[in-house]
Design a protein around this ligand. Structure first.
Ligand code: UDP
Ligand code: MG
Length: 330
């Protein structure tokens, strides 16, 4: 299934560089973000850039602010999603709408320095298709977050077949052909950094120190992080399914061993092993069946979501100086 472009931007020209930024309740940081981004872009590509700010259903003044920015700077394109769809889908929307030859993904909170753009462009000009930021230090993040992140990447790389680089986020620069491929991937549970590394091409790391958030708060609660982690693992690994069958085989062996032991003791000295062992076996079997059911349920749930075939997001409105009153959905 190939996705249609969201909006008929046929007459928009293709700039050298597009920057895609998901914004969810980022009013405190938007002005600073636009200033730093525009300066970094100007330094690298002159005026040949666009900044796509995707408002992911913010409940604060993020959208009105984006509108102001779009009015002030003709290179800013504001996109307003109809509700909060989550960071991964907000980025997906931006990637489908942007038109640049090179595309940078960056968070709104300025934890990732836009000034790294120059180094990333160098890598791409040297022949890479993806230059991703790799964090050598993380400032302003709790030991808990750093610990769980590192554990998560280890687990993910253990479980999935392709290698997802450790300590990277969505901060990266990609060529048009990579983004076209990404846009053509129809899956609905989207773990972007995994999808990009799954695509292949030449991908190189650009090391940097990650700052603390400039303003506002993290949008990722432990619950949301867990759900992103589960998305990542079930999207890129079928090992949990296999794990279920391994457990099944193991428990089968254990069951038979117990059974033979009981028969042996009975035949040797006539001892009949009582209820305890029976109940223990029943409990073990029951719990294993539940685990297997749980894993199946998770995959089944995903099939269910895929089968509904809903659009990934619905754009309410698109705002830029040239087409101020464009309306979606299309
Ligand atoms: N974000 C979003 N939708 C959401 C949650 C987050 O678009 O539902 C954006 C957010 O505005 C930011 C980026 O995703 O630009 C990363 O979020 P955050 O900085 O809170 O994550 P963290 O850096 O704490 O992992
Ligand atoms: Mg952040």
């Amino acid at each position: 299934m190939k996705m249609e472009p969201i909006l008929p931007f046929a007459e928009r020209t293709c700039p050298r560089l597009s920057v895609v930024v998901p914004c969810y309740n980022e009013e405190a940081v938007l002005l600073m973000l636009e200033a730093r981004l525009a300066a970094a872009c100007r330094e690298q590509v002159g005026e040949d850039y666009e900044i796509v700010l995707v408002n992911d259903g913010s409940t604060d003044r993020t959208w009105p602010l984006i509108c102001v920015l779009a009015e002030r700077n003709p290179r800013v394109l504001g996109v307003d999603l109809s509700r909060n769809h989550g960071q991964q889908l907000a980025v997906t929307a931006g990637l489908q709408i942007c038109r640049g030859e090179l595309i940078m993904m960056i968070d709104a909170d300025l934890q990732d320095p836009p000034e790294l753009l120059g180094a990333m462009i160098e890598r791409i000009e040297a022949g890479a298709d993806v230059a991703y930021g790799q964090r050598v230090a993380r400032h302003g993040e709790s030991a808990f977050k750093r610990g769980t992140a590192s554990l998560f990447y280890k687990l993910l790389n253990r479980l999935s077949e392709q290698n997802i680089p450790v300590d990277t986020g969505d901060f990266r620069l990609m060529t048009r052909r990579v983004v076209d491929q990404l846009n053509a991937m129809p899956e609905r549970c989207r773990f972007m950094r995994g999808m990009v590394s799954w695509l292949g091409f030449e991908q190189v790391a650009v090391p940097y120190e990650r700052d603390a958030r400039r303003a506002g708060e993290t949008k990722y609660s432990v619950r949301r992080l867990m759900s992103l982690a589960i998305d990542a693992i079930t999207s890129f690994s079928t090992v949990p399914l296999r794990l279920a069958s391994h457990l099944g085989v193991l428990s089968g062996f254990a069951g038979f061993a117990l059974l033979f032991w009981a028969i042996w003791r009975w035949s040797e000295n006539g001892v009949i092993i009582g209820w305890t062992s029976t109940i223990a076996v029943m409990l073990i079997m029951g719990s294993i069946q539940l685990i297997i059911l749980g894993v199946f349920g998770d995959y089944l749930g995903r099939l269910y979501i895929e089968s509904k075939g809903r659009p990934l997001f619905i754009v309410r409105e698109v705002r830029s100086q040239s087409r101020a009153s464009e309306r979606g959905p299309v």
